[in-house]
Design a protein around this ligand. Structure first.
Ligand code: RIB
Length: 313
C-alpha cells in the first residue's frame, strides 16, 4: 500500500524574537535560521520516518531543489514534484517567541500554481486502497479530493491552514480529518472542546475524525463508531512548536497504514509531536522511529491510562 502526499513544499525563514512584531514596529531578531518546510514536505518526512512508503507530489521553483534532496535523504519518492520556472518556491516567514509559539506569514509561490494536468498525471500510479494525504496549502485540493475518491483511495485531509478555500472543497468525500481545535471550531461551529468531535461527526458522518487539543491531548472517532479513543499529551519543554501538527499527522497515518490500532497509532503520533516541539525548525525537528520508541519507554507510556480519558467522559 502506497501513500500519495499531494501538498506544499517550502523554505522556512525562522526568526527567534522576544515577542511577535507589532504593527509599525521594527524588531531585531535574536537569530535567523533557514529550514525545509511546508506542511506537505513536513508530513511526508514524518510519514517516511515512521516507516511508510510515501510519494510526494507538488511543485517548487528553481530555488527549491535542496528540498528534494532532503526528502530523498529521508526516503521520500519525489518523482511527482515539478520544478516550475516562472514562479518561486513557497516561503514562510516564521517568528518564534520565547515560549516556542509561532506566527507564520506565507508566500505560496509554486504551491499555488499547480495545474489540472499535474493533478491528473500524479494519480496515474495509484489505486484502490492506497492513501491520499492532503493539506490546505496548495491550489486544486478540490480536484485532488475528487481524483482520490474516484480511485477508491483513502482520502485524508488535514485542513490546515484553515481559510475560506476550505468551504470550496468537497469535504463530504473525505474519509478522515486530522485537525486541531482551531480548525475543529471552524468546521464544527462549536468552541466546546468536549462536544467538538461529536459535532464534527454530525457534519461528516462517513469520516473518521482525529482532533488534537494541545495540552488536552487528542481524540479519535472512527467512522460508524460512537466511542472515541483518547490520547493524553506528553508534557515537554517547548522550544518551537512549528510542524508539531505535521509530525502528528505523518506518524498517525503511517501507523494506521501499517495496521496499528488507533490507540497505538495515536500514542506514537503524540510522542513524535512532543519530541518535535523540543527541537528547532519544522522538518529538522521530526524524530525517527527509534527516538519515538525510546521516548515512550523513558516515560513508561507503553500502556496508557491517562487523565485525559476522565476529562472527556
Ligand atoms: O506546519 C508548519 C509549516 O507551515 C511550516 O513548515 C511552514 O512552511 C508552513 O507551511
Amino acid at each position: 500500500m502506497k501513500i500519495l502526499n499531494f501538498g506544499s513544499l517550502g523554505i522556512d525563514y525562522v526568526f527567534s524574537v522576544e515577542h511577535f512584531v507589532r504593527p509599525g514596529e521594527t524588531l531585531l531578531a535574536k537569530e535567523r535560521q533557514i529550514y525545509c518546510g511546508g506542511k506537505g514536505l513536513n508530513q511526508s518526512i514524518a510519514l517516511a520516518k515512521a516507516g511508510a512508503m510515501v510519494f510526494q507530489a507538488g511543485a517548487i521553483g528553481s530555488d527549491g531543489e535542496f528540498l528534494l534532496d532532503t526528502l530523498r535523504s529521508c526516503g521520500v519518492n519525489v518523482d511527482l514534484v515539478r520544478c516550475l520556472e516562472e514562479v518561486g518556491t513557497q516561503n514562510a516567514l516564521i517568528q518564534v517567541n520565547g515560549e516556542g509559539q509561532n506566527c507564520i506569514l506565507l508566500y505560496g509561490g509554486a504551491n499555488q500554481a499547480l495545474t489540472q494536468e499535474m493533478v491528473d498525471s500524479a494519480f496515474a500510479g495509484f489505486e484502490k486502497g492506497d492513501y491520499l494525504v492532503l493539506q490546505n496549502e496548495v491550489n486544486l485540493a478540490d480536484q485532488m479530493i475528487r481524483a482520490g475518491h474516484q480511485k477508491g483511495m483513502r482520502v485524508i485531509l488535514n485542513p490546515s491552514p484553515l481559510n475560506e478555500a476550505i468551504d470550496r472543497l468537497p469535504l463530504e468525500l473525505v474519509d478522515m480529518f486530522i485537525l486541531n481545535e482551531v480548525e475543529g471550531e471552524g468546521l464544527s461551529h462549536t468552541a466546546d472542546k468536549e462536544r467538538m468531535i461529536f459535532a464534527l461527526r454530525e457534519r461528516f458522518p462517513r469520516a473518521a475524525i482525529v482532533l488534537t487539543l494541545g495540552g488536552d491531548g487528542s481524540v479519535y472517532l472512527e467512522a460508524g463508531q460512537s466511542e472515541p479513543v483518547y490520547q493524553r499529551a506528553y508534557r515537554v519543554k517547548a522550544v518551537d512548536t512549528t510542524a508539531a501538527g505535521d509530525t502528528f499527522t505523518g506518524y498517525l497515518v503511517a501507523g494506521l497504514a501499517r495496521g496499528l490500532a488507533p490507540a497505538a497509532a495515536m500514542e506514537r503520533a503524540s510522542a513524535a509531536a512532543a519530541i518535535s516541539v523540543t527541537r528547532k525548525g519544522a522538518a529538522p525537528s521530526i524524530p525517527n522511529e527509534e527516538e519515538v520508541s525510546a521516548f515512550l519507554q523513558r516515560i513508561g507510556a507503553e500502556t496508557i491510562h491517562d487523565e485525559s480519558q476522565e476529562k472527556f467522559h
